[in-house]
Ligand binder design. Structure first.
Ligand SMILES: C[S@@+](CC[C@H](N)C(=O)[O-])C[C@H]1O[C@@H](n2cnc3c(N)ncnc32)[C@H](O)[C@@H]1O
Length: 306
């Protein structure tokens, strides 16, 4: 049941600022996500950087996905979380066993490179089926996840509740299944980082005054009708968005710096009345046809002034 909304106590000035896309993505930290992820923020980093708080204590990211913002911020102390347990196990493997993972991926890369086009497709489906049969925690499962992410259609992660991972082959010319230097840089960046597979509200329980919390939830749908294809996101509708707003307001009262990305919709605008709203422009597929790709406004909402 939806909880009654507590009034937001802090009086804040409503403001809208807008930034436009900058072409090149520079990565001053020299490290990037090791997985492509739907809703990934890499393309938006040049705009999102304008909205990070200047200084903060610890960093929390409860909807991690590919973690583009985390790798960009590269905080000293971080608490990362995603409800997808296979994803979080993969981060833990990269954190703790980078060399073993590099060896497994090198073998997969060699095998893939030696195949003809049909052979590559057959190999993809063979690995996909092995991936679905393996149990959580097996290092091979993480190697296969990375393989499937680099060679599958659009780097999608889609699972059905019964049939497991079901993304088709992606037909890329030269996919980098193994990017050794980046994987080692990721492993280094993850040293000492706390990784959890909880729901978002539990993931911020320990945040305190001065901490920076960045929320990148499944977006509220543009036309009010959800099109979530990911098993993990299918329940993220009005009720979850309201729960997230309540947590946002609670963290504001606690004195955290809170930043959130979401869709540019009336629903989200009204939900965050009283907080600072900014917009960025993202390249998104707005419908399934190629001509449907275009620049789409998205909200960045903060509880602090920029
Ligand atoms: C938009 S994606 C995040 C994209 C990410 N920032 C990036 O740059 O790749 C949203 C993520 O939220 C996760 N998620 C969905 N429901 C959740 C929940 N209740 N609690 C925590 N994570 C959740 C999904 O598994 C997904 O990885």
């Amino acid at each position: 049941m939806t909880k009654t909304l507590a009034p937001i106590q802090t009086a804040r000035t409503y403001s809208i600022t807008m930034t436009t896309p900058k072409k090149t993505i520079t990565r001053p930290n020299g490290v990037k996500p090791f997985l492509k992820w739907v809703g990934g923020k890499s393309q938006l980093l040049p705009q999102l950087r304008d909205f990070y708080p200047r200084t903060f204590k610890r960093y929390f990211e409860p909807f991690l996905g590919g973690g583009a913002v985390f790798f960009d911020v590269k905080p000293k102390e971080a608490f990362l979380n995603d409800i997808n347990t296979t994803l979080i196990t993969a981060y833990k493997h990269v954190q703790k066993k980078p060399d073993d993972l590099v060896n497994l991926l090198r073998r997969l890369q060699d095998k893939y490179d030696r195949q003809s086009e049909e052979g590559r497709s057959a190999l993809y489906y063979e690995i996909r089926s092995k991936y679905n049969d393996l149990s959580e925690g097996d290092l091979n499962k993480t190697a296969y996840l990375i393989f499937l992410n680099k060679t599958g259609y659009n780097g999608l992660y889609r699972e059905s509740s019964s049939g497991g991972f079901n993304v088709p082959f992606g037909k890329y010319k030269n996919p980098a299944i193994l990017d050794e230097s980046n994987l080692l840089a990721v492993s280094n960046t993850l040293k000492g980082v706390s990784l959890n597979a909880l729901s978002f509200e539990k993931a911020v329980a320990e945040s305190r005054r001065g901490d920076f919390v960045y929320f990148d939830p499944p977006y509220y749908p543009l036309n009010g009708t959800a099109k979530f294809t990911n098993y993990h996101e299918k329940d993220f509708l009005e009720e979850e968005q309201v729960k997230l707003r309540d947590i946002f307001a609670e963290l504001d009262r606690r004195g955290c710096f809170v930043m959130m990305s979401n869709s540019y919709t009336d629903f989200i605008g009204k939900l965050y009345r009283g907080f600072n709203k900014h917009t960025v422009l993202a390249n998104r597929a707005v419908n399934c046809k190629a001509e449907g790709r275009g620049k789409v406004k998205e909200y960045v909402i903060t509880n602090y002034k920029i």
